[in-house]
Design a protein around this ligand. Structure first.
Ligand code: G3P
Length: 300
């Protein structure tokens, strides 16, 4: 699995690059804003982006800001023409659906992806929140699709009445397996008390259970990625998955188990992938046990 860092912070990118495990970078307008505010108005954005591109030899995603097909294509071409000559690694990020809830721009994203894929500009289709959107993006020719795991976990928890920040911190793993077991237990109990037909066709309260703890059958962000991976593998799409909006190292492990091609990670999650207190404890014990003869044997 390739590892990208999900940041526009140059210090983080350079540090991750120095570890020898970095395969690419993803940015978005929010991450650019965060990097700009941490530099307190000192940032030359064009130079900053150029430096990111020079630092990493793998793909670097830069997002458009427009919402109409032609404007997105124009911005994508501007980004590509301005920056791709630096290190030949620009990927343009296009939102799968730019409607912002108005339902009038629903297909501008896929139309832009289609146009750009025909001109050879690589596209990372972003803000993918369900497998059907990934199908559409792949059909339009996206080189990458970015499902947002953490946001789907947030969404499912929100529907269960749990608010991020109030009921759980952002970096908390969402135990969908446990939620599913609880849900199944209640469904089974009702089915054993009544006939399945009553549950499925008549009992509104029980039907609510089918919709509780999932998003149209998707049980979690990881489950969404599993579904997308299965779908893309079923056909001849060349589209690769970039698992995004990842909040915990456990999600990264699960993405790797699924066979996801790429995970883009906040810097802190990459750090979490390396730490285990038993490793530190073991390291300390080895260090304490080194006899002088052994150390000098290695250092002479
Ligand atoms: O790559 C998408 C990512 O930046 C969004 O992350 O944690 O804000 O959902 P998050």
């Amino acid at each position: 699995m390739d590892i990208f860092v999900d940041t526009a912070d140059l210090d983080e990118i350079k540090e991750a690059e120095s570890w020898g495990i970095l395969d690419g970078v993803t940015t978005n307008p929010s991450l650019i804003k965060k990097a700009a505010s941490s530099e307190q108005g000192e940032m030359n954005l064009e130079e900053h982006i150029s430096e990111i591109l020079r630092t990493v030899d793998g793909p670097v995603s830069l997002e458009v800001t427009a919402v109409d097909q032609q404007d997105m294509v124009d911005e994508a071409e501007t980004l590509y023409d301005k920056f791709n000559e630096i290190n030949d690694n620009v990927v343009v990020k296009i939102p799968v659906n730019t409607s912002m809830g108005k339902n009038d721009d629903d297909f501008e994203g896929v139309k832009a992806i289609k146009s750009l894929s025909e001109t050879g500009i690589p596209v990372n289709c972003t803000l993918v929140m369900k497998p059907n959107q990934a199908i559409m993006a792949a059909k339009a020719g996206a080189e990458y699709v970015s499902p947002f795991l953490g946001r789907i976990d947030d969404h499912i928890r929100d529907q269960m009445g749990l608010k991020r920040g109030e009921d759980y911190p952002k970096g908390t793993y969402y135990p969908s397996e446990m939620v599913e077991r609880v849900r199944n237990y209640h469904i089974q109990r009702r089915i054993s008390e009544r006939s399945p037909e009553d549950i499925i066709y008549k009992d509104e309260e029980s039907m609510e259970l089918f919709y509780w703890g999932n998003d149209d059958g998707v049980l979690s962000g990881v489950d969404m990625v599993w579904s997308i991976k299965n779908i893309l593998d079923n056909y001849t799409f060349d589209t690769k998955i970039i698992a995004a909006s990842i909040r915990t190292a456990r999600q990264v492990r699960q993405c790797a188990e699924i066979g996801v091609e790429i995970s883009t990670l906040p810097f802190s999650v990459i750090e979490d992938m390396m730490s285990h207190h038993k490793t530190s404890e073991g390291m300390k014990a080895f260090d304490d046990d080194v006899i002088p003869e052994y150390r000098s044997l290695l250092r002479d």
